[in-house]
Design a protein around this ligand. Structure first.
Ligand code: NAD
Ligand code: ZN
Ligand code: ZN
Length: 401
């Protein structure tokens, strides 16, 4: 089959690899019809490259049609339409029973000290071949799937794999007051969707922050108050100006480890280089080049007694955190990989023709799988208005249902 294969830093290729086969009675094979590129894939593309091995198949946001199931899989059968959560989870362990599927005790990658195994996410998460491919082997398929109806286009459901539950959890953990202000740092797919969910749930003021025109415009068009990092002098002050001097009740960090940290300095520099000098200087002095830039903004901009919800992925073992300020401001900090299946019952009723979250038009690009190398490069560089890419493998069915 064709698959998106990691070869090195900033080097992904579409190649022939062996078709996946049923290996365990709990496996299923799905024929992938849509498979997204995620901000998390960008970490593997460059920063976390050390944990990747040449030949690894990428991708953790896939959906498609069940082709084949192992003997123990009774919940789905060939022909069913399924979305695959980004984490492999059993559904019956102590963690899964408590809605902490990203900590599943059956699939935890203990030798790395990590939580549940993730599709296409390096040796840190179990080296499970990913879903940017024509076919995907799904372990623990009895539970690791979300059955969806046939009919609407894939766009309706494909974000159940990651974007929707991640954004939903980010908002749930932030727990903003309906009459209050939620600040969302980063307006990539996760931050954008978190804004949409918060507005849908009736949060009065949602403020979104980014430094990419297309992303700011997208959020503004849906009623988000936006702050452009290139234009504000001190984000905390700008947020206090909007909140009676107090700060945001809750802050979501949807940026993560590449907030202008070292490996992405190159990208930032490219972005900066494309700007007029005045803006470029402003960007460099307001955004900074610290990979913790977003967390630090969150700590500054949250009000005393408020909550910070980190959905951006962080990887450092010795990141300096402003403990004194966190303690003094009495900040609550919540974070983690999203527990996908935990939130599906809340989200599914919103995936209707009314489309309150705007999933049908959420993708900015739909491309054939073969276009993946260029799509990774453009997504990393935030070029061509690219916010969310859906890849279409387009393989014909192997088995009749
Ligand atoms: N917790 C989870 O389960 C989970 C799931 C999916 C993605 N993520 C993580 O969420 C983060 C966002 O994902 P995405 O797909 O939206 O990625 P993305 O890279 O498209 O979005 C990040 C956005 O942050 C902006 N940004 C950079 N520095 C900033 C700063 N200092 N302040 C404000 N904005 C800044 C960028 O311009 C970009 O638009 C990534 O770290 C990703 O790994 C976590
Ligand atoms: Zn993802
Ligand atoms: Zn489990």
């Amino acid at each position: 089959m064709r698959a998106v294969v990691w070869h090195g830093k900033r080097d992904v290729r579409v190649e022939n690899v062996f078709d996946p086969v049923i290996q365990e009675p709990g496996d299923a094979i799905i024929r992938v019809t849509s498979t997204n590129i995620c901000g998390s894939d960008l970490h593997l593309y460059e920063v976390l490259g050390a944990f990747m091995t040449a030949g690894d198949v990428l991708g953790h946001e896939a959906m498609g049609i069940v082709e084949e199931v192992g003997a123990d899989v009774t919940a789905i059968s060939p022909g069913d339409r399924v979305v695959i959560p980004f984490q492999v989870c059993c559904g019956t362990c102590w963690m899964c029973e408590r809605g902490l599927q990203s900590q599943c005790e059956t699939t935890q990658v203990r030798e790395q000290g990590s939580g549940a195994a993730l599709f296409g996410y390096s040796e840190l998460y179990g080296s499970v071949p990913g879903g940017q491919a024509e076919f995907l082997r799904v372990p623990h398929a009895q539970y690791t799937h979300i059955k969806v109806p046939h009919g609407p286009a894939d766009d309706r459901f494909v974000y159940l794999s990651d974007v929707l539950p991640t954004a939903w959890q980010a908002v749930a953990y932030a727990d903003p007051e309906p009459e209050g202000t939620l600040l969302v740092l980063g307006l990539g797919p996760i931050g954008d969707m978190a804004c949409r969910i918060a507005l849908h749930r009736g949060v009065r003021q949602v403020v979104g922050v980014d430094c990419v025109d297309a992303r700011l415009e997208r959020a503004r068009a849906r009623g988000v108050t936006t702050l452009d990092l290139r234009e504000v002098d001190g984000l905390g002050d700008a947020v206090r100006d909007l909140t009676a001097g107090r700060g945001a009740d809750a802050v979501i960090d949807a940026v993560g480890m590449e907030a202008h940290g070292s490996p992405v300095v190159e990208v930032s520099q490219r972005v900066v280089a494309a700007l007029p000098d005045r803006l470029a200087k402003k960007l460099m002095t307001t955004v900074g080049i610290d990979r913790l830039a977003a967390v630090q903004s969150a700590v500054d901009a949250v009000r005393r007694g408020g909550t910070i919800s980190l959905s951006g992925v962080y990887g450092g073992m010795a990141d300096p955190m402003p403990m004194m300020t966190l303690f003094d401001k009495q900040v609550q900090l919540r974070m983690g990989q999203a527990n996908v299946k935990r939130w599906v019952p809340d989200i599914l009723p919103l995936l209707t023709d009314d489309d309150p979250l705007g999933v049908d038009g959420f993708a900015t690009h739909r491309l054939p799988l073969e276009a993946a190398p260029g799509a990774y490069a453009d997504f990393q560089a935030k070029k061509n208005g690219m916010v969310k890419v859906v890849l279409e493998p387009g393989a014909p069915a192997r088995h009749a249902p």
